[in-house]
Design a protein around this ligand. Structure first.
Ligand SMILES: *Cc1c(COP(=O)(O)O)cnc(C)c1O
Length: 339
């Protein structure tokens, strides 16, 4: 086992030993290969560089008390990368190849999987990019699929503690009929103005509203939004949201806890009515929200009045984490042990 400061890892890049690659050429994927070099030579006219033809995924491997390494719902990530690939006219990576690549990337870097009990995990980043040279706007004829891994600590320095969010009205992450449902870098580039603005005002992340009417909640940074009231878990439905696998899992766990679940357009005015609100995604799992400020109108929405996350968010968080680390029963076989 490596000597990293497991308890204080940032959410950032730590160099590991290997990553895994495959190339798409002449209509098919090459055998997976691995490399120790964390740079790639790329053609100066590659479509990924100029026209944003790229997509990625993010999932984690968790080491349990038994020392075994667990993947959480990897097939959902494989399906979503295929959805993103179709969206940007790139070749799909088949499920089996996706799985083989992530397992290989983990097994080649076993010493980087953080020990149980440190709160850290191994972040897995599959990436699909257009590498073929084009100057006109059209899909490339060659692609690279790669998977790297890196050990990560908590996404927010606050950990499982309430964060503050700024509602952004002068930039949009994604258009209603744009690329919001695809996990692509272009959406992240588009989100940077909002991210920076929220930070400049002292908030952890931006809340994006629907681009057309500015009336409904879309997302919180790179996480989905949920609110809880009257024993109901409510999460937005929109054509510009990236469907979070964490959110999908929380909806199921909420039902199992006896809550009703509603996925529907969620008007911003409804923020006043929630007992608990939070953001969810693989990176932070759940970030409870203590304050949302509409920085243009000055309107504030306050939660966690005692400074602590709400009881339902806490229970959801403990349950999903318990399943991911193998501490509690996994009734839906979401977890796959790989060693
Ligand atoms: C990846 C991502 C999420 C979170 O999805 P998970 O599958 O839960 O990790 C939410 N919103 C955006 C924009 C994302 O890119």
């Amino acid at each position: 086992m490596l000597e990293l400061d497991w308890g204080h890892l940032p959410f950032g890049y730590v160099k590991t030993d290997y990553h895994v690659r495959s190339y798409f050429r002449n209509g098919s994927w090459t055998e997976l290969e691995f490399s120790t070099d964390d740079r790639i030579p790329i053609h100066i006219a590659a479509t990924a560089l100029h026209y944003g033809q790229q997509a990625f995924e993010g999932l984690k491997a968790y080491r349990g008390k038994d020392g075994k390494i667990r993947l959480f719902r990897w097939k959902e990530n494989a399906k979503r990368l295929q959805h993103s690939a179709r969206g940007l006219h790139m070749p799909e990576v088949p499920d089996e190849m996706f799985y083989e690549a992530i397992v290989k990337a983990i097994k080649l870097n076993l010493g980087f999987v953080p020990p149980y009990g440190t709160g850290a995990s191994l972040y897995i980043r599959p990436l699909l990019i257009g590498t073929g040279a084009e100057v006109g706007v059209k899909p490339a004829s060659e692609y690279l699929f790669l998977v790297f891994v890196t050990p990560v600590g908590p996404y927010f320095k606050e950990g499982f503690n309430p964060v503050s969010i700024a509602i952004i009205r002068d930039s949009d992450r994604a258009a209603p009929l744009g690329t919001g449902t695809f996990k692509v870098g272009g959406n992240y580039a588009a989100s940077l103005r909002g991210v920076i603005k929220s930070k400049e005002h002292g908030y952890s992340a931006p809340m994006y509203l629907d681009a057309k009417e500015k009336k409904y909640i879309d997302e919180i940074g790179a996480a989905n939004f949920f609110g809880i009231k009257n024993n109901t878990y409510v999460t937005p439905q929109s054509t510009s949201i990236l469907a979070s696998i964490t959110n999908k899992s929380l909806m199921q766990l909420a039902r199992d806890m006896g809550l009703n679940v509603e996925q529907r357009p969620l008007p911003i005015d409804e923020l006043e009515t929630f007992e608990e609100v939070g953001a969810c995604g693989t990176a932070a799992i759940i970030s409870p929200i203590g304050l949302i400020v509409d920085i243009e109108t000055g309107k504030e929405y306050r939660y966690c009045k005692d400074g602590k996350p709400g009881p339902i968010s806490t229970k959801l968080y403990q349950t999903i984490l318990g399943i991911q680390f193998g501490d509690i029963d996994d009734p839906y076989q979401w977890v796959e042990i790989i060693n």
